[in-house]
Ligand binder design. Structure first.
Ligand SMILES: [Zn+2]
Length: 221
């Protein structure tokens, strides 16, 4: 609430915010205002960036490009607004299954934090339960939470493994990520057919060679 003594430092106090609570009128959500403001600022920066690069941002094809690019960038980095816990939600179930659970070929798209260019590929995520299992679709959503940020592939791999480990406390977790990096393909060394493979092993995937072998065999089956 606005208290009257705030105005004591100026002669005329103009309240910045009128609080109308008639029970019908919905107050605009602050978050929406902030999000719109961020989009506008992003578009301004992108327009400036394009003209620094020599583009004419006033030609018809480019007129709305800064706004579209700002909205695409926000979508591609929406993982900043999410946590593994928030996407997993109620998706954990008591279950006595004690064999390996593997979701293979989870497609993902990310942006490399060094060049801001895409890298994309597939993640294979496995765990051995210890009394609790995770809804299968949630495994893909956990990958997305961390992929939709500026990343390096190594950290993405570790973050997915650690998130599954801390959500389920399973006997072990294994994650393999295979990706192609546009920063390698489009610039620099221009190695168009190379792919990068990273892995993160936790618990029995780390300590038990047979578990690890089974995972590697199933992941590439
Ligand atoms: Zn890069």
């Amino acid at each position: 609430m606005i208290s009257s003594n705030i105005s004591s430092r100026s002669d005329v106090f103009v309240p910045r915010l009128m609080v109308v609570d008639d029970g019908f009128r919905a107050e605009p959500e602050e978050e929406t205002d902030d999000a719109d403001d961020i989009q506008r600022q992003l578009a301004t920066v992108i327009r400036h960036q394009l003209s620094l690069l020599g583009e004419d941002t006033s030609r018809p094809g480019m007129l709305r490009t800064p706004e579209r690019a700002a909205s695409a960038l926000s979508f591609l980095t929406r993982g900043y607004d999410q946590t593994a816990a928030s996407v997993i939600g109620e998706g954990i179930f008591e279950e006595s299954h004690d064999g390996m659970v593997l979701v293979r070929d989870i497609e993902f798209y990310s942006l490399c934090e060094h060049h801001l260019l895409p890298f994309y590929g597939k993640a294979h995520v496995a765990y051995i339960p210890n009394g609790r299992i995770l809804g299968l679709s949630k495994m893909a959503r956990v990958v997305d939470v961390f992929a939709r940020r500026f990343q390096v592939q190594e950290r993405l791999t570790d973050q997915v493994a650690d998130a599954i480990q801390s959500a389920l406390s399973p006997r072990g977790v294994g994650v393999i990520v295979e990706a192609e990096h546009m920063c390698m393909m489009m610039r620099g060394v221009e190695k168009q057919n190379s792919s990068t493979v990273t892995s993160a092993m936790r618990g029995c995937f780390l300590h038990d060679a047979r578990t690890r072998d089974e995972f590697l065999r199933m992941a590439h089956g």
